[in-house]
Design a protein around this ligand. Structure first.
Ligand code: SAH
Ligand code: SF4
Length: 413
């Protein structure tokens, strides 16, 4: 498989090059998951169909793949029986491999997943009374090193492809049994608006799993377009939130080209503390970040920007910090809400969570400043599924050990 090896972290804040585009599997077949309609049509044309046929078939296949969630060409009932083996010989409908699925006592579910070339990453599903949120990863590991984040301690990183990103949502729908059922009428479905979230388990998506989504911009955008496409997974952009640690140059593009809700991992209100705990701040400082938030396309009082703030004892949790937070958000006239996240511990972390009283006082000060500041209830802590706890076991091997294993595998092959 071309160009999909793990990479050493190139530097604190450098993006990781895109892993691969269309790479055939070992048997020569191409995985269609992650491809938009036009690319599927181009592949069909390349495999011998004339232009009109290729476009028509791509349209049908696209619908079956992303809207109906089928995993076999044989199930595509409006495609001629003779055509289905032609597809099966050349293409596959992939899903990330599930290595392990865990259930928390609070209902949260975590899946350890593996890419076709053997890299592990995680996704988490958080059910609530009125919604169900899937927390999706954008990278294996993260190049940034926020000091309170377990994922940030992973040394090795690769970008997930559009197929591996949209594949997480598809896998969740498989697991929850939530693909639209019933007889398909193609003409009818064409005009179908996004289907309703009523009664569904999976209603929202947050790009808050492993990785910095804006350092894998193109793949995240392409994957989310498939998620938002009315003939694809058909989830409204209003139900999708992308969280960034503050990759300022990509924020405007995010609003324009993806258009989802924005969450910003602020976590500190002074240069000194943010430089320390969210080191990307040394490259894109607080003023620049808040200005980019003020300019975020689509933000309004109806669609507020969420500012995430992890509560670290004696680090960023004083009354003065709370007041400064209110001042800054007002200075930039931001349509803001603040999400206070109690710090989730992990082995070797150098922080403690602020006390419940401290968190309450902090929250009250922000509320009194006129900004909503709910405290997020940690979910799935017992299975290490809570914010910032994601880190796969495979990574704990050293780089040298991985190189040795790769050498042995290459010799064996
Ligand atoms: N890289 C992106 C998205 C993934 S992190 C980002 O940083 O925004 C999702 C959220 O969890 C971020 O706000 C992150 O700062 C927060 N987080 C990380 N580690 C945490 C921990 N140990 N406890 C609580 N929240 C944490
Ligand atoms: Fe990366 Fe986000 Fe963790 Fe920071 S908080 S290390 S940006 S995943």
């Amino acid at each position: 498989m071309a160009d999909t090896t793990l990479m050493s972290i190139p530097g604190q804040v450098d993006p990781v090059p895109v892993a691969r585009d269309i790479t055939p599997r070992e048997d020569g077949r191409v995985d269609l998951i992650g491809l938009p309609k036009a690319d599927i049509a181009a592949l069909f044309k390349g495999a011998g169909l004339d232009k009109r046929q290729a476009r028509l078939r791509a349209k049908q296949v696209f619908h079956w793949l992303y809207h109906r969630g089928v995993t076999e060409f044989e199930a595509m009932s409006d495609i001629a029986k003779t055509m289905r083996p032609w597809l099966t010989e050349r293409f596959v409908i992939g899903r990330p491999d599930v290595v392990e699925a865990q259930h928390s006592t609070d209902g949260t579910r975590k899946w350890l997943l593996r890419t076709a070339d053997g890299h592990e990453f995680e996704m988490v599903f958080i059910p609530d009374a009125d919604r169900g949120t899937l927390c999706v990863s954008s990278q294996v590991g993260c190049t940034l090193n926020c000091t309170f984040c377990h994922t940030g301690t992973m040394r090795l990183v690769r970008n997930l492809t559009p197929g591996e990103i949209v594949g997480q949502v598809m896998l969740a729908r498989d697991a929850l049994g939530e693909w639209p059922k019933g007889k398909m009428d193609f003409a009818e479905v064409e005009d179908e608006a996004e289907y309703t979230a009523d009664g569904r388990l999976l209603t929202n998506i947050v790009m808050m799993g492993m990785g910095e989504p804006l350092y894998n911009f193109d793949n995240v955008r392409d994957a989310l377009r498939l998620v938002m496409d009315g003939d694809g997974l058909a989830l409204s952009k209003r139900r999708i939130t992308l969280s960034t640690s503050g990759v300022v140059p990509a924020m405007e593009r995010c609003g324009e080209e993806i258009g989802v809700n924005l969450a910003v991992s602020l976590h500190a209100v002074t240069k000194e503390i943010r430089d320390e705990i969210v080191p990307i701040n040394r490259k894109y400082g607080l003023e620049e970040l808040l200005q980019a938030c003020a300019d975020y396309p689509g933000a309004s009082n109806a669609r507020r920007i969420t500012f995430e703030y992890v509560m670290l004892k004696d680090k960023n949790d004083s009354d003065d910090h709370a007041r400064e937070l209110v001042r800054l958000l007002k200075q930039y006239k931001l349509p803001a809400k603040v999400n206070l996240i109690p710090f989730n511990p992990w082995p070797g972390a150098n922080y403690e969570c602020s006390t419940p009283e401290r968190i309450r006082t902090f929250s009250n000060i922000v509320f009194e400043g006129g900004i909503s500041a709910p405290v997020r209830t940690p979910r799935g802590r017992d299975i290490d599924a809570a914010c910032g706890q994601l880190k796969t076991a495979a990574e704990k091997k050293s780089r040298a050990q991985l190189d040795r294993e790769a050498a042995v595998a290459a010799q064996a092959g």
